[in-house]
Design a protein around this ligand. Sequence first.
Ligand code: NAP
Ligand code: ZN
Length: 348
Amino acid sequence: MIKTNGYAAMNIGATLKPYRFERRDPQSKDVSIDIRYCGVCHSDIHQVRDEWGGSIFPMVPGHEIVGVVTAIGDKVTRYKLGDRVGVGCFVESCRHCENCEKGMEQYCTTGVVLTYNGRYYDGTPTMGGYSHRIIVNEDYVLRIPENLPLEGAAPLLCAGITLYSPLKHWGAGPGKRVAIIGLGGLGHMGVKLAHAMGAEVTVLSQSLKKQSDGKRFGADHFLATSDPKTFADRKNYFDLIINTVSANLDLNAYLSLLRLDGSLVQVGAPEKPCAVAAFSLIMGRRSLAGSGIGSMGETQEMLNFCSQHGITADIELIKIEQINDAYERVLKSDVRYRFVIDMSSLPA
Ligand code: NAP
Ligand code: ZN
């Protein structure tokens, strides 16, 4: 076993503290990664607080991992020492269910192995990226394009792919009107990506505080949802609305903004269910859907798309000891626009 340092929550809602733990010895298809940066996703907070149920403790969060390859197993063919690589939200899948065979491993029906707060198929808990090193089978490792700075690329591994996948699936592009609800970590990536795909992009934010940033990311319109005029003016307007908000919203109000055959796609994952009136969907043949991260193939495609368009996240780099304060700021929607941990701040 290989010892590594990290930061963990020891039980539900606990502040994160230094934690020393063991990783498996590298197997023949494994890549050993020296973690340089790890993004801070709102999902880390949901899981530390056990808001989705079933959290496993101690928990080392982190699924926006970038680093450098320091060792490879004898059967590794795709990576070599020194390569710049990333690991996203999962580190293994069954590889033989219907969805894995279609190359949609994130929807593995056996149960995808999450990067942290999950279990390998032998029952061992997984530990995430708030740590010095991680060992992952090469089939679940991504290549970070050379022109992307590692720290700005880290959030692409979750926030980036979580928006890229539905934008592509629902056809964001020229002539399509796309709205992004919530300008946080996921939302700001959604604006950049939808703009690069050629769609008309509108941000629906709680206030106009982030307006100039939203426009800089590529939004054509920026509207405050606290203003009732927003809902009156944009009725029957959008082809696609992606909801990135971590709390419950009145989905009926947002569904009314969709034009005929439009879709509201839920990526934000609030703790509690939300009520939807049948007529919100019936009128205008509207769809309400959800979307989860993206497959390995699609994640690499997204990284290459970001490389071509020069897209990375707008980040605030923090030291690991600032993590608990960073969580508080995320909860107040006070993040511009993703915290990324500089792992060199974690004592050896
Ligand atoms: P975040 O950085 O906290 O961004 C969420 C944004 O939502 C905030 O910046 C804020 O934007 C808005 N917001 C927050 N509270 C609100 C409220 N009470 N009412 C209205 N708007 C509110 O979080 P994130 O990291 O982007 O993650 C967002 C959600 O997506 C989380 O629930 C996370 O677990 C989930 N997630 C899902 C997937 C997936 O695969 N589906 C992947 C990753 C994360 P404004 O200030 O602009 O209003
Ligand atoms: Zn995430």
